[in-house]
Unconditional design. Structure first.
Length: 403
């Protein structure tokens, strides 16, 4: 493909930079990773890049596709295999693709399953490399698969460190993540923080539901991963119900083990009538669900995934943009996004008593809820949009390709 560039009064015809973007995530899907990838692709295509996305196939999506102007190839998966076997298979498929199509200008990867090989082959094929670090398996896998072999996790961490050192550029969504990467011996100047974003056209503010005697709704949307701290908000429910009726609505994707554990906690506390757990929904349905809520919660747990590795929870930004009062764990990754007592109330992590106290405060103070919601919406829609994220990503791309 070719693109016309105007330079000093002359039109110069040049080829569009060819980009390979790989992600071991189903796209599209309800997950935040899919939302992030789709907005990145949209920004890159609009920025004049020829983008080829390679992702796994869930068996339902087409093998060859086009999304937001980017070509898409989906790698078949054997559902009978475990996660690691499927990850290795995906990495091998990407490596085989690059061996046949080595003419990319930049290769952008989100994990070590293919990133380790891609980074190691960059000199042979002549492309630049960009490692997008959102989550590291050496930290996160143990939450999904308790009892995973420690030696295997150590080997994965070695590959992560090697991939980081081999990459020409690194992007991550939070300062906490950047600091962790730097602690692994990386030059901090190679790491660019690009926070996640929100789309103003999807998550526009709406008035809070009137509190006219109906039972108010607390809402959590996201994965059921152990690091999300859902056990803390469930434990807080009896204490909240002592003060007033309330319904907790949990909507998200989770493994069978996580769903069973959550259901067991709910039964043990005797709050089955007050807690609804629903499967994940398509992303376009989320704004309406948030609009129905009185308070949105992000009860992130005090663990190495949140405190050491870091993250930038998209759910927080979407809650904020939609103008819903937010209650979240008081930790650095949250304070990068919100100002305490200005945009949200924060509670002590892993403390159901403090969470319950803050919920009751919001339920009993409609004026406070409105003030926090309005401030949060203005902040999200001005400082944390996907458009701002795309601009930062384009600057990283331009710098890598020019050098």
């Amino acid at each position: 493909m070719e693109n016309a560039i105007f330079n000093r009064g002359y039109y110069i015809i040049c080829s569009m930079p060819k980009i390979l973007y790989t992600a071991f995530d189903i796209v599209p899907s309800p997950k935040g990773a899919s939302t992030h990838i789709l907005h990145n692709i949209h920004g890159l295509v609009n920025g004049g890049f020829d983008v080829h996305l390679i992702t796994p196939n869930d068996g339902l999506l087409p093998t060859v596709d086009t999304i937001a102007g980017a070509r898409v190839t989906r790698v078949s998966q054997d559902a009978s295999q475990n996660f690691l076997a499927r990850a290795v298979h995906f990495g091998q498929a990407v490596a085989a693709h690059v061996a046949i199509h080595p003419d990319y200008d930049l290769v952008h990867y989100r994990n070590v399953w293919d990133g380790f090989h891609l980074a190691g082959q960059k000199k042979r094929h002549g492309y630049k490399t960009l490692f997008e670090v959102n989550g590291l398996p050496s930290i996160e896998l143990k939450y999904h698969y308790p009892g995973l072999d420690a030696a295997l996790l150590a080997k994965i961490k070695e590959q992560e460190i090697a991939t980081l050192h081999l990459s020409d550029g690194i992007i991550c969504p939070s300062r906490v993540t950047r600091d962790y990467i730097a602690s692994l011996g990386l030059d901090r100047s190679l790491v660019t923080v690009i926070p996640n974003g929100v789309s103003p056209s999807d998550f526009c503010p709406s008035p809070l539901p009137a509190r006219d005697g109906r039972v108010p709704t607390l809402l959590y949307i996201g994965t059921l991963a152990d690091w999300q701290g859902l056990d803390v908000v469930v434990k807080a429910m009896p204490k909240i119900l002592e003060k007033q009726p309330v319904q907790l609505r949990i909507i998200g994707r989770g493994r069978s083990r996580q769903r069973k554990l959550l259901a067991k906690q709910i039964r043990k506390l005797g709050v089955e009538e007050h807690v609804i757990v629903q499967p994940a929904v398509p992303h376009h349905e989320i704004p309406a669900l948030i609009a129905e809520a009185d308070i949105c919660v992000a009860p992130l747990g005090l663990n190495d995934r949140n405190v050491t590795q870091g993250a930038c929870p998209i759910k927080l930004l979407e809650y904020m943009a939609a103008a819903r009062p937010l209650l979240a764990s008081n930790m650095p990754i949250v304070r990068e996004l919100v100002r305490e007592d200005v945009d949200a109330l924060l509670f002590s992590p892993n403390d159901p008593d403090d969470l319950a106290r803050q919920i009751v405060t919001l339920l009993n103070d409609f004026e406070l809820s409105q003030r926090l919601a309005q401030s949060a919406s203005e902040r999200a829609l001005t400082k944390f949009t996907w458009r701002e994220s795309q601009k930062k990503l384009l600057r990283v791309y331009e710098k890598l390709i020019e050098t």
